[in-house]
Design a protein around this ligand. Sequence first.
Ligand SMILES: NC(=O)c1ccc[n+]([C@@H]2O[C@H](COP(=O)([O-])OP(=O)(O)OC[C@H]3O[C@@H](n4cnc5c(N)ncnc54)[C@H](O)[C@@H]3O)[C@@H](O)[C@H]2O)c1
Length: 321
Amino acid sequence: MSGDPTYGRDLGTADEVAAAQRAAAVVRSSHEASHRHATPTRAAGSRLSWPTLRPHALPLVSTSAAGRSRRFEDKVVLITGTGGGQGRAAALRFAAEGAVIVGADVKTAGHAETVAMVEGEGGVMTGSGTLDLTVADDVEAWVQQAVTEHGGIDVVYNNAGVFKMGDIATLSLADWTWSVDRELTQVFSVTRAAWHHLVARGGGAIVNTASIAGVVTLGEGGGIVHAATKAAVVAMTRDLAVSGATHGIRANSISPGTVQTPATQEMFADPAGREAMMGPQLIKRLGQPDDIVSAALYLASDEASFVTGVNLVVDGGYTVR
Ligand SMILES: NC(=O)c1ccc[n+]([C@@H]2O[C@H](COP(=O)([O-])OP(=O)(O)OC[C@H]3O[C@@H](n4cnc5c(N)ncnc54)[C@H](O)[C@@H]3O)[C@@H](O)[C@H]2O)c1
């Protein structure tokens, strides 16, 4: 268990929690004291010199013997959309930092491949390769199984999403509803199913994948439902942050720009499509799944313990101008 000793599933009884909080308070106050006393001194005619500060009593990031960061040692991390793309990258990266991964996808072969990759790296991954996240009862069962197998939930990473293209003149009502189910309602269903487990754990982190499509218009690409659902994910995340505050639950969203995944393969294979998306960026390359997952790891970790309700835009500068 890394970071704040008050955050963790090992703390069962109220007495244990109170003891851990007292211990944390002692650590905090001694750490603050070391900084309070750190005033600069100046010998006559010399430059200011700062006394050496005591190092942190607790490391913000725990590391393995090999020196690798292990921010999620033994934490249970739910990740949706583990059949490929960013979900696969997330499973690999969280597992590499010590997490137990519980994945979900309808792409059975893709999900199985991800499980094999995680296990090949020495990680632990369970979950389902046949779960349709739009079926709320099945989502409940998947979450319950995670709790039964692993004892609780620490992180919920709502990554999965898919939508139909079309603008107001062309998108059918059926395609609108289909997309809302997969980009918005399933985020709600997964979070709702996991919520009381996060509360029971005494806290946790939610990371929701939105999109820059919910922040700015991407032009005449015909993504009206994508724009609407991703803006809604950002707004819903703020609401989750408010509801979670008293339970130690933080909720943040990430808005990726261009990311090279199976979902965008066709668009980026076309030079015109590639240029249309990359043109406005300040950083002239396509985003990679790891660019987004790095942000998710930060937001889910104790390093972001003062960050909630934020929408972190990771887009190579697409939305700056
Ligand atoms: N790729 C980009 O350029 C980009 C940009 C902005 C936002 N995003 C968002 O990032 C997230 C991940 O996208 P990606 O690019 O990795 O796409 P992807 O298609 O490679 O992966 C998404 C996965 O989610 C799964 N999924 C979707 N709905 C599901 C459901 N109902 N039940 C089970 N599984 C389901 C899919 O089967 C797929 O494996 C999505 O929310 C997407 O909207 C992507």
